[in-house]
Design a protein around this ligand. Structure first.
Ligand code: SAH
Ligand code: TYD
Length: 406
């Protein structure tokens, strides 16, 4: 697709990552020869201000009964969602009798468990059966489906309108975003709020964290794009809060156009976005240069260390790492294995690059000289956990915002 999913105008080319596999497509050796690849390119639309993939693989290829991402693997994310729950329940939209809360992309229930434990009327909409089953085992009311016209209609008929619709790290996955906003408008109560958070384009540009670009992330939002999109559907961006999660995210608060008054922070962030230039395609030149430099620096460093006979492993087989490994063409010649705590990824191989994924216990028994931190967004949690690795002479390689050894 070469046209904007919102304005239908031609996308301006930003970057071409060539052939890429599915970010979460961990696989077995026997499936190597039938692995799926697609041309990954990103473009920008100067009308909608949306940064987006030109082409996104079919959602059924990515979200299914064996989805590899389990939200609750991170303790810090659990805390993040608990804190957020505590903020949300104070909002005016929930100050009524028996408010109804919907979460889109509720995964294993990391956020909704807060509402469910406190007896809120709630519903999770989650298409990936394996993670939805975990949520259900925690008594979280979950509909196994994509959020779309059909499921939105079903929800409205069965439960009525929602007072809060919440989504984390999923709206950026949904290609038919016009349809999503249309349905939000339909099922959101007149005083309700729609709150979502996703990796923020401003952070990706600032930190050259181009690993946030992969099949699932069809969009990287900014206030400019979210404001534009909301206005088409008679909705309004009323508040925004920057988050440290996932390497820098933005939380957007949206409501019906004539309900809540927008906070002044909106104009302040919009003005900042104009200063950093993420509102116009002509300002992405440096981003392109920085991606190329990051690739060159990382490959050069890994090759140098390998030549010196050092052992190098990867820490955390994230979906983000799929872009890095495939774009930089890093394979088992440079990285021996990647350790990950997710059972479903272990003893498989990384998408495209085919580096073996090992358990965390394996990492403990096969401590490398250097570990490439692919879950750099969880560095606080990981550095705390891995004090001994460092103490025993182990070194971290990070690549965001710059390639360096620490
Ligand atoms: N909210 C969680 C999970 C993010 S991963 C967190 O922040 O940790 C994205 C989740 O959204 C996956 O579980 C995926 O199956 C789900 N998803 C993808 N497309 C969806 C859609 N159209 N509707 C609802 N959920 C979707
Ligand atoms: P995340 O950055 O959320 O992944 P993604 O890029 O896929 O969105 O990182 C989650 C992955 O990192 C998950 O596979 C588990 C792994 N992980 C570890 O192996 N150890 C850890 O200490 C943490 C926090 C994550």
């Amino acid at each position: 697709m070469n046209n904007c999913r919102i304005s239908n105008k031609k996308l301006i080319k930003i970057f071409d990552f060539n052939k890429q596999p599915l970010g979460n497509g961990f696989l077995q050796k026997k499936d190597f020869n039938k692995e799926y690849f697609f041309e990954m390119k990103v473009g920008f639309c100067n009308t909608s201000k949306m940064f987006q993939l030109n082409y996104q693989p079919n959602p059924n290829k990515m979200f299914h009964k064996n989805y590899a991402f389990f939200s609750s693997t991170s303790k810090l994310m659990k805390m993040h969602f608990k804190k957020f729950y505590e903020e949300l329940i104070k909002h005016k939209a929930l100050k009524k009798q028996n408010p109804f809360i919907i979460e889109i992309g509720s995964n294993d229930g990391i956020m909704l468990e807060n509402f469910s434990k406190n007896k809120f009327k709630h519903l999770g909409v989650e298409p990936s059966l394996n993670v939805a089953k975990i949520a259900r085992s925690k008594s979280i009311n979950t509909m196994v489906d994509f959020f779309n016209n059909k499921s939105a209609k079903k929800i409205k008929e069965k439960y009525g309108k929602a007072d809060l619709i919440y989504a984390a790290n999923v709206i950026c996955h949904i290609p038919n975003i016009k349809n999503l906003f249309f349905n939000i408008h339909k099922i959101l109560d007149k005083n309700g709020i729609f709150v979502f958070e996703d990796p923020y384009l401003g952070d990706v540009i600032k930190k050259t964290s181009y690993d946030q670009i992969y099949d699932e992330h069809v969009f990287l939002f900014s206030l400019h794009s979210v404001k534009y999109l909301s206005s088409i559907f008679n909705l309004k961006l009323i508040d925004a809060k920057h988050q440290e999660t996932h390497g820098g995210s933005m939380r957007y608060y949206i409501a019906h156009a004539n309900s809540y008054k927008p906070k002044s922070i909106i104009n302040r962030i919009l003005s900042k976005e104009r200063t950093i230039g993420i509102n116009n395609s002509k300002n992405f030149k440096n981003f392109q240069i920085n991606i190329n430099r990051s690739k060159k620096d990382l490959v050069k460093l890994l090759k140098k260390l390998k030549k010196q006979g050092k052992t190098i492993a990867g820490y955390a087989a994230t979906s983000k790492s799929t872009t890095i490994l495939n774009y930089c063409k890093i394979g088992t010649d440079l990285i021996d294995y990647i350790s990950d705590t997710t059972l479903d990824k272990q003893n498989k191989f990384t998408p495209g690059a085919h580096i073996p994924v090992k358990s965390y216990e394996y990492f403990k028994k096969n401590i490398p000289d250097y570990a490439v931190l692919f879950a750099w967004n969880h560095s606080k949690e990981i550095f705390k956990k891995e004090k001994l690795f460092k103490k025993n002479g182990g070194k971290w390689i990070i690549f965001v915002p710059n390639v360096k050894i620490i």
